[in-house]
Structure formats: structure tokens, C-alpha cells
Design a protein. Sequence first.
Length: 284
Amino acid sequence: MIERLVVVGVGLIGGSCALALRRAGQVRHIVGVGRSRDNLREAVKLGVIDEIADSAAAAVRGADLVLLAVPVGAMPAVLREIAPHLPKDCLVTDAGSTKQDVVAAARAALAGGLGRFVPGHPIAGAENSGVAAARADLYQGRQVVLTPLAENAPAAVERIAALWRACGAEVAQMSAEAHDRIFAAVSHLPHLAAFALVDDLAGRSEADTYFRYAGSGFRDFTRIAGSHPEMWRDIALANREALLGELDAYIAELEQIRGLLARGDAAGLEAIFQRASRARKDWN
Ligand code: NAD
């Protein structure tokens, strides 16, 4: 049982984790910290948190678990703020979508206390943000990737893994490097592609007409372009190197398709579409 859980950043991800842990009977008292007082008041009203703290530093005193669920660009400052005030046995975990940058920030802030920080990333989410979007079942049947550190005691990693399992998730482990390489390809690049397509169309003089006639293909492809801009700015910059590599690979593929199209190469186009269609169906 967690006696005092502190959630820094009570939005979709932090709020859903609080609701799921409460529903699973894993936590007695939940303290929320955030930037927006209105959002925190709503979190109390919705039963997501029990108490609003004025600062992360004040909140973590007496805590046994701290979940950091702010945009990844905000993690370094939060880690620096809480570091001097963390009780000795308090574990800290995060839900950030990138891992090497968050680990580096934890290394800088926590120094000798790094073993208490178990990095994580729930592979669940939505294009909606804020506590109003939080759901107790967000993690049901979803995966959570932990990227443990050499400094972590196995019991600390297992404790965080058990909490995510209590939220309904399956837990996998990999290195922070592998995490950032994989998610650049399967998450960060698709978001960039969706933002780019919608931005291009929205900037055209006939944008209203295009959007009026856009159908389910456009809806499916661009759903994630409605995601939180600040969060995605931070993710893109945090994983810049891997993302640039994926962007180059995608541009090369598009160039190849462009060449086939320009030459009217039906067989070449169909071969690519065949391979992609088969791979996508196999993945389902
Ligand atoms: P969100 O916008 O719903 O919630 C973030 C909360 O953090 C907001 O309440 C905001 O007010 C607060 N906040 C922002 N900066 C802060 C600061 N400096 N100090 C204190 N509070 C601050 O976003 P979210 O979708 O819950 O994302 C939170 C984290 O989870 C991010 O690191 C994101 O990369 C990660 N994540 C998101 C998804 C997703 O699909 N949304 C999935 C997995 C992981």
C-alpha cells in the first residue's frame, strides 16, 4: 500500500494513474502538484487527488512514491526541486515519452540517490489532455516500458512494475537507448507526419473545402495531430537525433514513391503497397 502518492502533473497520464491505483486499492492518500490551479481543483472535484500542494518540494515530504507526469521538458526543473526534500525510502518514477533525456536529468539532480528513480513510459494515451480526460481504465491491457538503471535495486524496479500491473498494464523492460530508438520510429515520427500533413492543408486558401470532404482515411491518419503541442514539442526536441534519422528514412521512402509515381511505375508502386499492407495486417 502506498501511504502518500505525489503526482506532479495531474493531467491525462498522471490523473489516470492516480485513478487506476485508487481503484486497485493500492494508495491511501494522493497529493497533486501542477501549474494550473484550475486543473488541480478539477482533479479534487473528480476524485483524482485528495489534496493540492503548493509546490513539489512541499508535496514530497512524507511521500513514499512520486510520479512525474509533466511534459519531458519540465522534468529537469521538477527533479531539481524535489531532490533535496525526498524522504530516504521514497521511490520516484516518471511517465515521460522519452527516456534518455529524463534519465540524464535524474542523474544530474539525484546524484547518489539515483537508485530511487525508476524510469518508465506507459504506452497508452490519447490526443486529449488535462485531468478531465483521465480514466481509471486507460492502462487496462496496455504496455508500460520501464528502462531500469544499473543503480536500481531489483526490488525498486519490481515495486514500480507491480504498481503498473495493478493499473491493468503489462510491463516490459529495455534500455533507455533502445526505448528512444524504437519510439522515434513508431510514435514520434507518426506524430510529426500527422502534424505536417494537417499544417500543410490548414495553411491553404481552400482548407475549409478540403476539410469538409475529408473522410475516414484522413480522420485515422491525422487523429494524433490533435495532440498537445507543448508535449510534442518537448518530445521531438528530447529525441531529436533519433527522430532526425527516422525523418530521413521516411523522406527517402516518400522520394522513392514519388519517383515511381512520376515514372508511372504501376508494378513498383503496387509492390510497396503490397509489402506495407501485409505488414500492417500482420501487426493487427
Ligand atoms: P497533460 O497535458 O494532460 O498533463 C500534464 C500536466 O502537467 C498538466 O496538468 C500541466 O498543467 C502540468 N504541468 C506542465 N508543466 C508543469 C510544470 N512545470 N510543473 C508542474 N506541472 C506541470 O499531458 P499528459 O498527456 O498527461 O502527458 C504527461 C507526460 O506523460 C508527458 O511527459 C508525456 O510525454 C507523457 N506521456 C503522454 C502520453 C499521451 O499520449 N498523452 C502517453 C505516454 C506518456
